[in-house]
Design a protein around this ligand. Structure first.
Ligand SMILES: Nc1nc2c(ncn2[C@@H]2O[C@H](COP(=O)(O)OP(=O)(O)OP(=O)(O)O)[C@@H](O)[C@H]2O)c(=O)[nH]1
Ligand SMILES: [Mg+2]
Ligand SMILES: [Zn+2]
Length: 324
């Protein structure tokens, strides 16, 4: 632990700052959590309950993510510098050939938010599930807006195959049956850090407002959001849950590159492939065109869905575009 506050930085404990008001703490320091990030500008919530700090990282080592635990020094009433970041348990990010984008760190669970309307992308659902598997996060698929009855049967039908793969599916209506949605979700979220992930307009921020008192996250009707050409939520934000745990809201996404995953990680991220791995004729089988491939056989026999194999092949193709 002490190594994390090294680099010769003066470091006072949180309890030392707790005694004074916000102005007295200038020059002091403490530990806290990064709850929002806008470029190199971070919002840190101090552990001792004092007010939020607008922080920059010290120096150039700015690889800080929402969810990171950090040590800070206070420079003015509501500003500070991040002097060190603790090692993180995990970091969820997406990537393509050119760049990577961090979602959040220190997560336990991924709540993949779908809705009856607007139509959700099955490609993005598949990618989010692969990301959860590869980053060892517990995935939960949430179908929101179950009150929109005309669209409900089709949405259920499109999700059914994921339940058959063993994924947990929860159906709620955040606005139409708010109490029931709260009752279904609160036990699932307690004592865990859960990232809400999904396309724009699925209801992520509406769920945050349901589950986090005083969150006041902006939400917007889809039509006006689409007309403006922007997502309602524009940055990732970490909210502490009243009974322990945290809920992390994120902007809707339209693409989910997983260029950073290796072939080995990819094949193991498909739970229906796992019992078949090792059954291929060639030990280094890519499961694309090889004779005697256990996975291609399973596709041919209808035991693995062609769309799932196609997603695997596409992700492998994308990952091979990167210079390793
Ligand atoms: N009918 C219905 N509408 C809902 C439900 N949940 C959310 N909505 C509406 O869906 C719209 C979009 O909700 P948001 O919470 O802003 O969606 P979001 O996923 O946060 O969107 P981005 O921030 O753009 O990613 C709002 O008008 C909500 O009121 C629901 O259960 N039923
Ligand atoms: Mg939102
Ligand atoms: Zn194979």
């Amino acid at each position: 632990m002490s190594s994390r506050t090294a680099r010769g930085a003066p470091h006072r404990t949180a309890s030392a700052t707790q005694r004074g008001n916000d102005h007295d703490r200038i020059g002091g320091g403490g530990k806290g959590r990064v709850i929002a990030a806008h470029g190199r500008h971070y919002v840190v919530q101090p552990d001792n309950g004092s007010s939020l700090l607008q922080c920059f990282p010290r120096g150039k080592k700015s690889e800080v993510a929402v969810g990171d635990r950090v040590s800070f020094e206070v420079t003015s009433a509501n500003q500070g510098v991040i002097v060190a970041a603790d090692a993180r348990r995990n970091l969820l990010f997406r990537s393509d050939q050119f760049k990577s984008k961090r979602f959040a760190a220190n997560l336990d669970q991924l709540l993949i938010v779908l809705a009856t309307e607007p139509h959700f992308s099955e490609d993005l659902l598949g990618r989010a599930l692969v990301a959860a598997e590869a980053h060892q996060l517990e995935p939960v698929v949430l179908l929101n807006k179950a009150d929109l009855l005309t669209a409900l049967p089709l949405a259920r039908e499109r999700i059914a195959s994921y339940a058959a793969l063993g994924y947990r599916i929860v159906e709620v209506s955040a606005t139409g049956a708010a109490d029931a949605a709260h009752a279904a979700l609160a036990p699932l979220l307690a004592h865990r850090a859960t990232l809400l992930l999904g396309q724009s307009g699925m209801g992520k921020s509406t769920l945050v407002n349901l589950l986090v008192p005083h969150a006041n996250a902006a939400t917007r009707a889809i039509s006006s959001a689409l007309n403006s050409g922007r997502h309602t939520t524009t940055f990732t934000r970490w909210y502490a849950l009243p009974n322990g745990g945290a809920l992390i809201d994120s902007p809707g996404f339209q693409e989910f590159g997983l260029y950073h995953l290796t072939e080995g990680q990819l094949e193991r991220a498909f739970p229906e492939f796992r019992p078949l791995l090792g059954g291929c004729r060639f030990y280094n089988c890519h499961h694309l065109h090889e004779p005697g491939c256990a996975i291609l056989d399973a596709v041919a026999q209808g035991r693995v869905a062609p769309a799932r194999h196609a997603l695997y092949a596409q992700l492998l193709h994308e990952a091979s575009q990167v210079v390793r």
